[in-house]
Design a protein around this ligand. Structure first.
Ligand SMILES: Cc1cc2nc3c(=O)[nH]c(=O)nc-3n(C[C@H](O)[C@H](O)[C@H](O)COP(=O)(O)OP(=O)(O)OC[C@H]3O[C@@H](n4cnc5c(N)ncnc54)[C@H](O)[C@@H]3O)c2cc1C
Length: 250
């Protein structure tokens, strides 16, 4: 099941839905300060799709800011360096790239003979699951046990800031009694502290490059926040503790 088969395919008959396949949006069409449509490339030809009401941009966390940059929306100084004339100076575009980093704890073992993973969960089975999604395990997160804990930086609150998660996939080709966990800084403000940046490779753009993979400069700023780093380090000690795991599993 993909998002296409779940949401698009059943609605293909709708008069209000028109799907254009093999199309790459190149830029937004902007007129009098309003986005009025998109220009897209299909089989080497440029086309325009005009909007009668509004344009909703959903090209993902990398594609969306890049499309805005290419359309002149973003930090004006960066756009000028790329030879793009700024339509709207929005310095925040590309500055809130978020991910949830989860350092993996060393594996733990339950009693020999007790199976946590099926004995056939091998790398071949996992590959079958990823690439064919049939005749194989149903989920990579099966039996995913989760726990929430307080680090020492929390005072006077019972709102946990550490998220402990069982990782199923780290058990590929491992003994069936192996169990793995990772820790994530689990409060919304951590995501902001962990926010990375996405900027445009201005010299590549100037020299004519249009491939997003080559145009995106991604700095995830992994663990640059000292506070988050401290909490994750503490979480590692806490999460690697058998008692913590036991209370999570129970
Ligand atoms: C490894 C991983 C694991 C995740 N696990 C989970 C999870 O367990 N639970 C959860 O809720 N979320 C999870 N997420 C997050 C989730 O996948 C995203 O939040 C979600 O897919 C975002 O949806 P979207 O439609 O905004 O963007 P996307 O799904 O990224 O879709 C954007 C689409 O736009 C297309 N596109 C980009 N540029 C252009 C262009 N110029 N022209 C035409 N098309 C373009 C792309 O090809 C893509 O198909 C995970 C993400 C990753 C990477």
């Amino acid at each position: 099941m993909s998002s296409y088969t779940a949401y698009i395919q059943p609605n293909l008959g709708r008069k209000t839905l028109h799907v254009v396949r093999y199309a790459q949006t190149e830029r937004l069409l902007i007129s009098a300060g309003r986005v009025t449509g998109v220009q897209y490339l299909r089989h080497g030809h440029h086309f325009k799709a005009e909007a009668s009401k509004e344009v909703i941009l959903c090209a993902g966390s990398i594609g969306t800011p890049l499309l805005l940059f290419k359309s002149g929306i973003g930090p004006a100084n960066m756009l000028l360096k790329a030879g793009i004339s700024p339509t709207l100076n929005l310095p925040a575009v590309g500055t809130n790239l978020q991910d949830h980093h989860g350092p993996i704890l060393p594996p733990l073992y339950v009693n020999p003979g007790v199976a946590i993973t099926p004995s056939n969960f091998t790398a071949t089975e996992f590959d079958k699951f990823l690439n064919h999604a049939r005749d194989s395990v149903a989920s990579t997160v099966r039996m995913s046990t989760q726990g929430f804990f307080l680090s020492s930086s929390v005072s006077g609150s019972d709102w946990p800031d550490i998220h402990l998660r069982q990782r199923y996939v780290c058990a590929v080709d491992a003994p069936p009694n192996q169990i793995c966990f990772d820790v994530v800084a689990g409060r919304p403000q951590f995501s902001l502290e962990l926010a990375g940046t996405l900027t445009l490779n201005t010299s590549a753009y100037l020299s004519g490059e249009r491939d997003n993979v080559k145009l995106a400069i991604i700095d995830p700023k992994v663990l640059e926040s000292k506070r988050v780093f401290r909490i994750l380090r503490e979480s590692k000690a806490k999460g690697g503790n058998t008692e913590t795991i036991r209370s999570t599993v129970n």
